[in-house]
Design a protein around this ligand. Structure first.
Ligand SMILES: Nc1nc2c(ncn2[C@@H]2O[C@H](COP(=O)(O)OP(=O)(O)OP(=O)(O)O)[C@@H](O)[C@H]2O)c(=O)[nH]1
Length: 248
């Protein structure tokens, strides 16, 4: 059975995969998808838009470059607006193409980045462990994302919290793991990971984790949709039965 649902899921055959030229193309292709209910997604390619948010200088561009090109730049420039790179990855038997959007963290670029939040499947909230104020800003980033992405339910969205720059000397660290994990707990048990784009620590794992969180939430959403559809069908059957009884 093939079921049409509206969700953020986008499955495409790898042969048809092309870099969208604009955000319009992205949000457009995310509006309708085909879900193979009860079937495995093997041999399908799932395009996921991953957006990285956080204060300027926390290492968002470096995380993306480490993940996609396995490269680290000691003197990377501030991002203006947004940039994106694609990377294909395989988790268990499923193939995903991550379209990773690196955004400008500086306040003056707010109007250039926020139009790109819509259509995101995953949001990585990033701070640097040697920068207390970047940690304090996480609530602002989460709220900004929820507001501009126009998602209905922030508590059911796949956020991942990334604490970057764990390579720095211990005495330079300003945010403890405990402090950060407590914040994640207060925000509804958000997944948390510590990374270093510089030393390539946990960067792949952070993206694996993000996709894992996304697929678990997506599976839960599928289950709820199915239960909802079943109830509607049952109600429809009861209605027809009642009508028949009235006629005969
Ligand atoms: N020690 C250390 N430095 C890092 C790490 N990641 C990034 N940096 C450095 O932090 C600085 C800022 O990195 P970017 O990746 O440009 O930061 P950003 O968050 O993209 O900044 P904006 O574009 O302004 O939003 C650069 O000098 C990087 O070399 C890391 O894991 N460890």
């Amino acid at each position: 059975m093939v079921r049409f649902v509206t969700s953020s899921r986008r499955r495409i055959h790898s042969s048809t995969l092309a870099l969208p030229s604009s955000e319009f193309a992205l949000t457009h292709c995310s509006s309708i998808s085909v879900s193979m209910a009860g079937k495995s997604p093997h041999n399908k390619n799932c395009l996921l838009k991953v957006i990285i948010l956080g204060d300027g200088g926390v290492g968002k561009s470096c995380l993306m470059n480490r993940f996609v090109n396995n490269h680290f730049d000691d003197h990377s420039f501030h991002t203006i607006g947004v940039e994106f790179l694609n990377k294909e990855m395989r988790i268990k038997n499923d193939t995903y193409t991550l379209q990773i959007w690196d955004t400008a963290g500086q306040e003056r670029f707010k109007s250039l980045r926020t139009p790109f939040y819509r259509g995101s499947d995953i949001c990585m909230l990033t701070f640097a462990v040697d920068d207390e104020s970047s940690f304090q800003s996480l609530t602002m980033w989460k709220n900004e994302f929820i507001y501009y992405s126009d998602i209905k339910d922030g508590s059911a969205f796949p956020f991942v919290v990334v604490a970057n720059k764990v390579d720095i000397p211990v005495d330079k660290r300003k945010v403890t793991e405990e402090e950060a994990r407590n914040w994640c707990k207060e925000c509804g048990d958000l997944p948390y990971i510590e990374t270093s784009a510089k030393d390539a620590i946990n960067v792949d794992l952070a993206f694996d984790m993000a996709v894992d969180v996304w697929s678990r939430l997506e599976a839960e959403m599928d289950r709820q949709n199915l239960a909802h559809d079943t109830i509607k069908i049952r109600q429809g059957q009861n209605l027809r039965k009642d009508t028949c009884c009235g006629l005969f």
